[in-house]
Design a protein around this ligand. Structure first.
Ligand code: NAI
Ligand code: MG
Length: 498
């Protein structure tokens, strides 16, 4: 912990205590240093200062964790009844609720999301996600099939897929971890969580809470570390049965290539370049407010961010003026300043990446109507940015920026719109703003996207599957579909007429 924290930021005493303790790996029911003794630094993006040094897991630590995860899978966790699994997940949800204040502060110190948003917008969803999957734990059943073969019974049995490595990003650290852990544990799997190197702190807190809830040691272990060390070791390890990943397309592809070697199951939630479509008949104020929050929420560091704005020509100027106005209302600042409505980006690398895209867009003829600048040398801040006139081929229009940058394009008619909206390698989400149900029904059928929001943006719920078409990934988080990804199906053929 640094003096900078005590001087600048008002946090709960529990959070100060947490930051004072060594941030170690959670293996079995122990908190241990890495075999190598190595650590890495996690920073506070609101100030750029050091928040904590964290044990850096590598191959030997992964070996330990996988061995213990497998022993728990076949032993202590298997002995726990399905309804008891549900009870334990509910207990964990209760502990999360009870400590939501501390968890939110720790998370916002680590990732820069305004603390009120983390506390009131995100933490309740984390607990709700555990509760939803707690309800599934004792409702996983099989079926029988009538093959018509005399003397033969066929029974389908669902079994946990095994040891799961959950590799998650920094934009919503607890939420992303929970989206993997909750269904995996409900299904009876064991999980090794590898948080992003930028945001390891709440993952460790969650690991400690799971033990406190009474979840047996080895069922949820936490291995902070870099992607190329801890992450890669998990992906290569033959004792890991499944990788559940959220992050960049490049890493998702790399993981898939390696995982095929041992035919690990892989589910991927990758990036997006999701369109917000505003028809001339829309409620324009609703559309402006929703589309603005669709791109600027969490500083644009959202896989489903509405980073392409497609606006019907007759209302283009009004909508763009409205979005620019919304951008200029935003107060960019520290996650712990109550006046802040948009926090910093996660890192200086991310600021460079975002400003690099904006410069590329300018070079391609794009006009920056507002924003386009990094601010405040002490934190990782970037102004909300609106770009028009960039050609459809420009990288600023095609690639995921993962920052508060929206590129706007006009369209003439609904006929020309669908091709434009689907003209992306990604297919994570889309939003349609219209008062005409014919438009929304027509478009929601033809849009290639895993989530389509009509007259709203960004809703998620534990019961509703979330994930991507095309390059945005494979598999779904949330809902029954998510649970299925942590189960194998076994067909048992019994000849009862031998
Ligand atoms: P990343 O994909 O490198 O990181 C995500 C997770 O993967 C982290 O836990 C990281 O440690 C791990 N990882 C990295 N390399 C790995 C490897 N070789 N094997 C196993 N695990 C590995 O993403 P990064 O670098 O943090 O962000 C870069 C860009 O990725 C962003 O600008 C954004 O476009 C995209 N991204 C998308 C996210 C989403 O929610 N879909 C989340 C985070 C980033
Ligand atoms: Mg951090």
């Amino acid at each position: 912990m640094t003096e900078a924290l005590s001087a600048e930021i008002d946090v709960l005493p529990e959070v100060r205590e947490t930051l004072k303790r060594p941030q170690l790996l959670i293996i079995g029911d122990h908190e241990v240093a890495a075999h190598s003794g190595e650590t890495f630094d996690t920073l506070n993006p609101s100030t750029g200062s050091l928040l904590a040094r964290v044990a850096h897991a590598d191959r030997d630590d992964v070996d330990d964790a996988v061995r213990i995860a497998r022993a728990a899978l076949e032993g202590s966790w298997r002995m726990v009844t399905a309804s008891e699994r549900g009870r334990l997940l509910n207990k964990l949800a209760d502990l999360i609720d009870a400590q939501a204040g501390e968890l939110a502060q720790l998370e916002s110190l680590d990732n820069g999301t305004p603390v009120g948003v983390t506390r009131n917008g995100l933490l309740p969803g984390v607990a709700a996600h555990f509760r939803y999957f707690a309800g599934w734990a004792d409702k996983i059943d099989g079926t029988t099939i009538d093959t018509g073969m005399p003397g033969m019974s066929v029974q389908l049995q669902r079994e946990p897929v095994g040891v799961v490595a959950a590799i998650v990003p920094w934009n919503f650290p607890l939420t992303m971890a929970t989206w993997k852990i909750a269904p995996a544990l409900a299904a009876g799997c064991t999980v090794i969580l590898k948080p992003a190197e930028q945001t390891p702190l709440t993952a460790l807190a969650l690991g400690r809470l799971a033990l406190e809830a009474g979840i047996p040691p080895g069922v949820l272990q936490v291995l902070p570390g870099l992607g190329e060390t801890a992450g890669a070791a998990l992906v290569e390890h033959p004792g890991v049965d499944k990788i559940a990943f959220t992050g960049s397309v490049e890493v998702g592809q790399a993981i898939s290539r390696v995982a095929v070697g041992t035919m690990k199951r892989v589910s991927l939630e990758l990036g997006g370049k999701s369109p917000s479509i505003i028809m001339a008949d829309a409620d324009i104020n609703l559309a402006i407010a929703s589309a603005a929050s669709g791109i600027f929420f969490n500083s644009g560091q959202v896989c489903s961010a509405g980073s392409r704005l497609l606006v019907q020509s007759s209302v283009f100027d009004d909508v763009i003026n409205g979005i620019v106005g919304a951008a200029e209302q935003i107060r960019v600042g520290s996650a712990f300043d109550p006046a802040t409505t948009m926090g910093p980006l996660i890192s200086s690398e991310q600021v460079d990446r975002v400003s690099g895209y904006v410069e590329l867009g300018r070079g391609d003829g794009g006009r920056v109507l507002t924003g386009g600048t990094a601010t405040n040398p002490n934190g990782f801040y970037y102004q909300p940015t609106v770009v028009v006139d960039a050609p459809a081929t420009s990288r600023i229009v095609r690639e995921e920026i993962f920052g508060p940058v929206v590129v706007a394009q006009p369209f003439e008619s609904i006929e020309s719109l669908a091709d434009k909206a689907n003209d992306s390698p990604f297919g994570l989400a889309a939003a349609i703003f219209t008062r005409d149900a014919r438009n929304s029904h027509h478009l929601s059928r033809i849009l290639k996207a895993g989530s389509v929001w009509v007259n709203c943006y960004g809703y998620v719920h534990p019961a509703v599957p979330f994930g991507g078409f095309k390059m945005s990934g494979a598999g779904r988080d949330g809902g029954r579909e998510s649970l299925d990804q942590y189960l194998e199906t076994k067909a048992i053929w019994t000849n009862y007429a031998w």
